[in-house]
Design a protein around this ligand. Structure first.
Ligand code: 13P
Ligand code: SF4
Length: 315
């Protein structure tokens, strides 16, 4: 799409959103042009919190499927649109509700803490949801002797175990983007850029986190780059965040860590192809047709809402 076509789409989306009383939300991992048209950009926690505060008829969630589901569960009276229903999440897919139910049955004395990157069916089996922003804070509020199943992200769970001293039972799921950053490439970047801090998302593997000075959610990493006096940073998370980092800090430099080269696995870059499914054209069409619309079965939503609301209360 050339610049002129892009400008036409942006203008059409903005006027359609005004006309239909719609608010557009985007995750930091979406394409730059999607972040440009969004009314709110945020990490998964901020997007869920913000959705409950806006006064609008339609919410357009430019992110992935579970984010639209979470929004719909929190805002059942609003129409929630998602530009592409196929925008899934490899991490959410790594934990099927029936498998979690069977695991729970094997560990009936355990409570379930689930990462927000899960389906509504999994949230319905969950006691409290967490995001990477609030996982430590929430788990610290759970009695020390409580037994916990944590899923689906094994890397995040191991990290939380290490910073809280817990021994949560971990699900063996992973994000195909974050679990593929190359340690070898990171070591080379560190050698070539001595003294430059490494900022990593806790979905990265332990050896990457061990080499990182700052570990946090997308929002926490962004805030660190804004507040730090440093001018250069090495970034180990999905590269979409670099757009907001660069916009917030035009005088600073951000060096992305590349993934391991693995033939035939997803895209060979540090981008989430699901997040990139959100395009200007699809945002325009979903607003125009008010479709695809996110629908969550009432029975599932009624069960899932308490685990999400508990998270919001404990954040
Ligand atoms: P955040 O909670 O940092 O927004 O991360 C969501 C996500 O999908 C990370 O891959
Ligand atoms: Fe899911 Fe990974 Fe994409 Fe985040 S980056 S939405 S965890 S697949």
């Amino acid at each position: 799409m050339n610049l002129k076509e892009k400008k036409i789409y942006i203008d059409k989306i903005k006027s359609l959103a005004r006309e239909k009383n719609a608010v557009i939300f985007a995750h930091y991992y979406t394409r730059p042009e999607i972040q440009e048209i969004a009314d709110f950009i945020g990490d998964s926690l901020a997007l869920a919190q913000q959705a409950t505060r806006v006064d609008a008829k339609i919410l357009v969630m430019c992110g992935v499927h579970f984010m639209g589901e979470t929004m719909k569960i929190l805002c059942p009276d609003k129409k929630v649109l998602i530009p592409d229903m196929n925008a899934g999440c490899s991490l959410a897919d790594s934990c099927k509700a029936e498998d979690l139910a069977a695991f729970k049955a094997q560990h009936p004395d355990h409570m379930v803490v689930s990462y927000v990157n899960t389906s509504a069916d999994v949230k319905a089996l969950t006691d409290v949801v967490v995001t990477s922003s609030n996982a430590k804070k929430i788990i610290d509020q759970i009695p020390k002797d409580a037994k916990i199943i944590f899923g689906p992200d094994h890397n995040l769970g191991s990290y939380i175990n290490s910073v809280t001293g817990r021994e949560m039972l971990l699900w063996n799921g992973a994000c195909h983007v974050h679990s593929r950053f190359s340690l070898e490439a990171l070591m080379q970047l560190k050698k070539a850029n001595p003294g430059v801090e490494v900022l990593a998302h806790p979905e990265c593997k332990a050896p990457i986190l061990a080499q990182s000075e700052v570990i946090g959610s997308t929002k926490a990493l962004l805030q660190h780059t804004i507040q730090s006096p440093a001018k250069r940073f090495i970034i180990a998370t999905e590269s979409g965040i670099l757009f907001e980092m660069q916009r917030a800090c035009p005088d600073k430099e951000f060096i992305p860590v590349p993934p391991e080269v693995t033939e035939g696995v997803g895209c060979s870059c540090n981008e989430c192809e699901y997040m990139r499914m959100n395009t200007l054209e699809k945002v325009f069409n979903c607003l125009l047709n008010e479709s695809p619309e996110m629908i969550v079965k009432k029975e599932t939503a009624d069960k899932a809402i308490s685990s999400i609301e508990r998270m919001l209360q404990m954040s």
